[in-house]
Ligand binder design. Structure first.
Ligand code: UD1
Length: 353
């Protein structure tokens, strides 16, 4: 399966947060599949220079409009002017630690932002939404492999980021029940990592990275001295946490599969899919794979456990395979190799415009 396996030619798709890490990789794949892509982004955590890279790697240029999803009027106008048929919604705040400090911002941008987007969709008569959700909605007490049949556990999530995602999913359930012509797909990502194989696009975190892979990349390239591994006394084979890392290009392709499925199925309602590999890796395995991919030594020490971390979480990826015909194909070694290509070629991320 690749972007040309889908029949998405000339589909007019709005990508919110399309300048961000996952949004930009998905926008690129949509472009390559012949879609007419309109990106909106408020650029709080991204730069317009990513658009130059999308242009370089695809044959057509997406429309870009700087706007915030909370600006309902402007977003409605963008939808109408570009004759949008489908929305893929990535825009949002995503730093777990920060969300415990400024929950108001998280609920405003993530939750109110999604309400605003739904209002704009109603105004512009757009009836299809794919929502960027997270495996975090299963809460911290669920036992892996996690299947979509498990309940969303708002009480079992310790941070506003995760709760905002869970609450959005619950809201979308209510909206689809009440609006019989609305189609919503929630995609629950496990741990998206990696970068475009060309090394031209990747993750560009502002300041100190919160997540493992960008931190490891920055240590490898010499921007940071060493990594602290958060806990080595978990009940796992090597004592460090197990996570389900998936390549951002696999993830991007999954969005095209979800869009294609929705169009073919032609039936409204809510559907939920896990997006993961089903194969967990430990923190130490990631470090080792990155050392191999980069040829660099990654110094690390062991620190305390990070609050809110669970010992092990990974997907049951079967439903996405059965219904969407989509599964991941990149290995952990390739995820590390491509992250390294990006980091090594762009040590300071995307240039300022
Ligand atoms: C985190 C979020 C999750 C979110 C996801 C997005 C928490 C508790 N969870 O997932 O809600 O959906 O990011 O990608 O933050 N690690 C280190 N040292 C570091 C950084 C990370 O040892 O400097 C370890 C962590 O303890 C964890 C693993 O690496 O065991 C992966 O961490 P991370 O990349 O932050 O992802 P998650 O915690 O799984």
């Amino acid at each position: 399966m690749n972007s040309s396996s889908f029949n998405l030619q000339n589909k007019r798709v709005l990508v919110t947060g399309g300048a961000g890490f996952i949004g930009s990789h998905t926008a690129l794949e949509l472009q390559n599949a012949g879609c007419k892509v309109t990106i909106i982004d408020n650029l709080t955590n991204s730069k317009t220079t990513v658009l130059d890279r999308i242009n370089e790697l695809s044959e057509t240029t997406p429309v870009f409009i700087k706007t915030d999803i909370r600006d309902t009027e402007k977003v409605t106008r963008v939808m109408k002017e570009n004759d949008i048929e489908d929305v893929i919604h990535f825009a949002g705040l995503k730093a777990v630690g920060e969300s415990t400090q400024i929950p108001d911002e998280y609920y405003d941008v993530n939750f109110n932002g999604t309400v605003s987007l739904l209002n704009a969709m109603k105004e512009a008569a757009v009836k299809s939404l794919i929502f960027s959700s997270s495996a975090t909605v299963y809460g911290e007490n669920a036992n892996p492999p996690l299947t979509e049949t498990l309940a969303i556990d708002v009480q079992g999530i310790s941070h506003a980021y995760g709760r905002s995602k869970a609450m959005i999913e619950l809201m979308l359930e209510d909206y689809t029940r009440a609006n019989k012509d609305l189609s919503v797909t929630c995609l629950r990502y496990f741990n998206p990592v990696g970068a475009h194989p060309s090394g031209k696009m990747g993750e560009d975190p502002k300041g100190l990275p919160n997540n493992l892979m960008p931190f490891v990349s920055q240590v490898a390239v010499g921007k940071r001295e060493k990594l602290t591994v958060f806990g080595n006394d978990y009940n796992t084979p090597d004592g460090t946490c197990l996570r389900d890392y998936l390549h951002v290009c696999d993830l991007a392709e999954g969005h095209l599969a979800a869009l294609d499925y929705r169009i073919k199925k032609g039936k409204p309602g809510l559907e939920v899919f896990n997006f993961g590999t089903g194969k967990p890796s430990s923190v130490l395995e990631v470090i080792k794979a990155f050392e191999k991919a980069s040829g660099k030594n990654i110094p690390y020490d062991f620190g305390d456990r990070r609050p809110g971390d669970v010992p092990s979480t990974y997907a049951d990826p079967v439903l996405a395979k059965e219904k969407l015909g989509w599964e991941t194909k990149y290995t952990l070694d390739e995820m590390c190799k491509h992250s390294w290509n990006w980091q090594n070629d762009n040590p300071d991320g995307y240039p300022d415009s």
